[in-house]
Design a protein around this ligand. Structure first.
Ligand SMILES: [Zn+2]
Length: 711
């Protein structure tokens, strides 16, 4: 099975001395004594090392982290395994590099069950295990929940732009609640997401770090973490707790032409803080040299007195901590990779090796940097001094091949062989060949990648035309970009151009066949074109690839509704809501299907739940007003409409409300609402048609019965 029983990565073999020291160091029994040390692992998403005070950043932002570093040890040069959240966290929690744990990109792959995690080790040793994660990218379906008795990944996603996330204060509140319920030795992992773009620190950090919102987000996390540590201190448990703080990756902040992270492999996104504090960690120690975040899991096991992992890429950092190993610890070299350029845009993937003195990036145009004179990795010696660099490049390339040779098969979030064969029986080829790529070096393609992100922001701002025109140029120049095809398909669908959307959705699905989002788009396009069978097949494929995804069921519910299969529509809508009970947008979608199917009370229940989850979403109040009017609850309907504010005059929702009144026989009220809509937008077709129909019906009604029930 992936991740187990494969040869150790060459990087590990190259460091046999350190390894034998590490592995022989601690082997104690499997059951923790009542006073066994607990472990608090904190990962702060997107935190560059040099924005932590102890590492030379602004100490105003990180008093808690800096205190931990003073009371414990910090590692000067810690290198993450990938500039991507899931792959990097998987490495932190397993001690395996991405080629071996297999979760090599967000949203596409999962950590296979056969891979052993830190949480599984602690759980087996009798520890209470819990996790509180701050972003949807680490939801349990991606495989990191294994070993955690409690994996708190519940999100309310509506009303927030971009990635579903929860703020530091909420992660902390949930962590404190968990700690209050667990008394014995524990392993708790907290994931704070705030420093991830976009940067919108809460008060008072927005004001305190005006003009530096990234630091403001870091400061908010630091303050939130201090509350967790305060609880441990007050309950007398801090002294018995090993605290480890690190990050999954950094943030380019404009260096090397990249705004955020994922598509380059330099220190800006790979170098992270690593701070350890605990009874067996000497205070105030600064450990020089390169270490890797894959070393964290073996180190935490050793510090807890648990047996080491049998065969992982990481090594116990203990010998570096207490200084006893001294010169006997061989210098480490760090491996990192990103498959995001390939999977997102069809460019070449990147692989890197970083030692204390050299930084090597394997790319179509390879890169080599001498870190002593060029710490910011600006002068590529492979291009400026090719003869001098040739021998180093060849040696590093050989080492890199060794790491990649240890790679196991990748496991996408597709569940098992049975669903694969079901897919194939549905007529889907499930290619095992690599994704087609155009060989473009990501550093040459970065302007496209950054342009893509700008298009995404333009779309969020509502500037659809700007986004579309950029994406049309991008797919022409870079037809291997699945991301560009998919976003363009979404825009074209919104514009009612389903035939064009279908072509781009199919391109994306063809480029990355294991990604579940793309068949979903294909399904939406086919459904818009009225091709129910093709749409159904696409939705079913999306569901096979990701059985936990609610949206394929929303799509199937709409198809059933259109086909008049009301029972099936109700079943699929309820299934979607079951899969994402706290996702307001899914609740809303389920409500809409149920409403159309005539299940008004059930629809109302889902709308109310959506509103509870996203009370700031004004249009939900307007939608609720429609349902309440439909059920004759007029007073509540008026109140909901009042709460809707500007959304109460949304033309579509107002037209729907008018149609409800018309159906209830309140023609005059319906007409007044429609006239108001047309007063604001004379060309609004749905309102114009509804008004014409209403007038025809009222005319006919008046011909036979002059008294108007709608008065
Ligand atoms: Zn991340």
């Amino acid at each position: 099975m992936p991740g187990r029983a494969r040869p150790r990565a060459a990087i590990g073999c190259g460091l046999a001395i350190a390894l034998s020291l590490a592995c022989n160091r601690v082997t104690i029994g499997p059951v923790p004594a009542a006073d066994a040390p607990s472990v608090l692992l904190v990962t702060i998403d997107t935190l560059r090392w040099d924005h932590v005070g102890a590492y030379g950043g602004d100490p105003q932002a990180t008093p808690t982290l800096d205190a931990l570093a003073r009371e414990g040890a910090r590692f000067e040069t810690a290198i993450a395994a990938a500039p991507l959240t899931l792959p990097s966290h998987a490495s932190i929690l397993t001690g395996l590099l991405p080629p071996r744990h297999g979760a090599r990109h967000n949203g596409v792959y999962r950590v296979p069950a056969a891979v052993e995690t830190l949480a599984e080790r602690f759980a087996r040793a009798g520890y209470a295990t819990g996790a509180v994660v701050g972003a949807a990218v680490l939801e349990r379906r991606y495989g990191l929940a294994q070993g955690f008795a409690s994996y708190d990944d519940v999100f309310a996603t509506a009303g927030r732009a971009g990635e579903a996330e929860r703020p530091a204060a909420e992660v902390t509140a949930r962590a404190r609640a968990w700690l209050a319920q667990h008394e014995g030795p524990f392993f708790l992992w907290l994931h704070y997401f705030d420093p991830h773009a976009d940067y919108q620190p809460p008060p008072p950090f927005a004001e305190r770090f005006a003009g530096r919102p990234y630091d403001g987000e870091i400061a908010a996390v630091d303050a939130a973490l201090s509350e967790v540590l305060g609880d441990l201190e007050r309950s007398g448990r801090l002294a018995r707790t090993c605290v480890a703080v690190t990050a999954d990756h950094g943030e380019s902040l404009g260096e090397h032409g990249e705004a955020t992270h994922a598509y380059t492999l330099y220190d800006s996104t790979l170098r992270v803080p690593l701070i350890l504090r605990g009874a067996r960690v000497p205070a105030g120690r600064v450990v020089p040299g390169v270490i890797r975040t894959v070393d964290i899991a073996p180190t935490l096991l050793a510090l807890s007195g648990l047996a080491p992992f049998e065969d992982v890429d990481g090594q116990d950092l203990g010998p570096l901590l207490d200084g006893t190993a001294g010169a006997a610890v061989a210098p480490r070299i760090a491996y990192a990779e990103t498959l995001a350029p390939r999977l997102d845009h069809g460019m070449a993937p990147l692989h890197a090796l970083r030692s204390a003195s050299l930084h090597y990036v394997r790319a179509p145009r390879p890169e080599l940097y001498a870190l002593a004179s060029d710490p910011r990795q600006l002068e590529n010696l492979a291009e400026t001094q090719p003869e001098r660099a040739a021998a180093e490049l060849a040696a590093l390339a050989g080492q890199l091949d060794g790491v990649l040779a240890a790679a196991g098969p990748e496991e996408s979030i597709e569940v098992d062989a049975a669903s694969r064969s079901r897919l194939e029986s549905l007529g889907y080829a499930v290619p095992s060949a690599p994704v087609p790529e155009n060989g473009m070096d990501p550093k040459d393609g970065l302007p496209w990648i950054e342009g893509f992100l700008d298009a995404l922001f333009a779309l969020q701002r509502g500037d659809r035309a700007a986004a579309r025109s950029f994406l049309e140029r991008m797919v022409a120049a870079l037809p291997t970009s699945a991301h560009a095809h998919a976003l363009l398909a979404r825009i074209l669908l919104d514009e009612g151009r389903a035939d064009a959307a279908l072509l781009h959705a199919e391109s994306a699905a063809h480029l990355v066949p294991q990604a579940p989002d793309y068949p979903l788009l294909v399904g939406d396009a086919q459904a818009a074109l009225g091709r129910a069978d093709a749409a159904r097949r696409a939705y079913e494929r999306a569901g096979e690839l990701d059985p936990a995804a609610p949206l394929p069921h929303v799509g199937l519910a709409w198809l059933a509704l259109r086909a008049g299969a009301l029972d099936e529509a109700l079943r699929e809508a309820e299934r979607a809501a079951e899969l994402a009970p706290v996702d307001a947008s899914v609740r809303e979608a389920a409500g809409e299907v149920l409403e159309r199917a005539g299940a008004y009370e059930r629809a109302l229940a889902h709308y109310e739940e959506a509103l509870r989850l996203a009370p700031e979403a004004l249009r939900l109040h307007a939608i609720l007003a429609i349902q309440l009017a439909r059920l004759g609850r007029e007073q509540e309907s008026r109140e909901a409409r009042a709460r809707a504010g500007p959304a109460a005059s949304d033309p579509l929702l107002s037209t729907r409300l008018a149609i409800v009144y018309a159906a209830r026989g309140e023609g005059a009220r319906a007409e007044a609402i429609l006239r108001e809509v047309l007063g604001g937008r004379a060309d609004y077709e749905p309102a114009r048609r509804a008004l014409e129909r209403l007038q025809r019906e009222r005319g006919a009604a008046m011909g036979t019965a002059p008294a108007d029930s709608g008065g």
